[in-house]
Design a protein around this ligand. Sequence first.
Ligand SMILES: Cc1cc2nc3c(=O)[nH]c(=O)nc-3n(C[C@H](O)[C@H](O)[C@H](O)COP(=O)(O)OP(=O)(O)OC[C@H]3O[C@@H](n4cnc5c(N)ncnc54)[C@H](O)[C@@H]3O)c2cc1C
Length: 379
Amino acid sequence: MDLELTEEQRIFRDRFREFARGEIEAIAKECDEKGEFPKELFRKMGSLGYLGIPFPTEYGGSGLDLVTFALFAEELGHASAGIAVGIYVHVALALSAVHAFGTSRQKESYLAPGIRGEKVGAWGFAEPAGGSDPSSFRTVAEQGPNGWRLNGTKVFISNGTFADFIVVTAKTAPEKGAQGMSLLIVNKGTPGFTARRIPVMGVRATESAELVFDNCVLPQDALLGRENEGFLQAMKTLALGRIMAAAFACGLGRAALEASLKYAGERKAFGQAIGAFQGNQWTLADMATRLDASWLLTLRAAQLAGEGRPHIKEASMAKLYASETATWICERAVQIHGAYGMAMEYPVQRYYRDCKLLEIGEGTSEIQRNTIARQLGLK
Ligand SMILES: Cc1cc2nc3c(=O)[nH]c(=O)nc-3n(C[C@H](O)[C@H](O)[C@H](O)COP(=O)(O)OP(=O)(O)OC[C@H]3O[C@@H](n4cnc5c(N)ncnc54)[C@H](O)[C@@H]3O)c2cc1C
């Protein structure tokens, strides 16, 4: 395993870090307060090639490796977790699924404009009856003479209020349970499709929504990939997504650690900087150590996935450890800041509210543990 970044990866990271500081971190507080996603960011990032990192040049992508993609996700998470979710869902889930399973026509219609930032995607998997257990899903797509008739509800769908298209899972052979699911692409404005915002405590810039599909008629070619193979396709998409979610958690954890180190050097108590107390030093040392361990797990999973080698277990380990570490670091960061950790003018309260999503979205920590246990041969 290569622990050193290549020259190209370092140049990319430094260039994107500068962009993320000026264009994302600078508006993070305002977007969180307003609970609004800065939609113009998609076109801005698309014009600079930032939405097409892992995709082929044929569709306008950069064709870069997955470690570079992880560096991108890490910087996004560092700049603003709320904004990062919207970008991440668009690239790592919606566009990735179209890239992996789409026809050339679907790639022309969704992937290419998605990479340019002209169309925004969302990923519609979770349902009200439970996000972890796909066998409980009730969204159904029936084939008819005019195409597919889609009925059902999805919940907490990021970008749901404004996305131009949503990749949804629906049962196309309900009698087969999760094995009878397919992926379908639903366009914004489809009659019968409505979206309603669901306010959440963290990642508030992400516009999470409930999506209702009431007798939506979709064309025959709305099917993405193979009929009844949607569960497998969704799991493959999520395995890559988990690596990016892990990288994103590393970025958020780094932001909280940096804020804590700065504050520990400035804040005085009992005549000395609070960073001079051994208890705080050990906490900061543990934060840095666990963060490095998170990044190493993430790097390993990204390298394996990039080489086309098995990575299900490694992706789950990275996501599990990095997200739980981010939560731990953000909680400690608030403690180090004392009352100012809860003050709205300081960013650590936002990190603390934002981090929790990472243990829930993309498969909860419990589901990651189940996946790892199965990969260890446990039944
Ligand atoms: C801000 C936000 C954005 C989101 N964005 C998206 C999105 O863009 N697209 C999307 O599809 N979804 C999205 N989600 C939904 C997310 O994926 C689901 O919330 C998640 O999958 C968990 O589903 P659930 O909330 O229904 O929990 P449940 O499945 O009901 O689980 C409840 C609890 O039981 C535990 N549990 C369940 N099964 C087991 C088991 N077998 N063993 C042990 N414990 C178990 C869970 O880990 C959890 O702790 C988002 C959620 C949030 C909060």
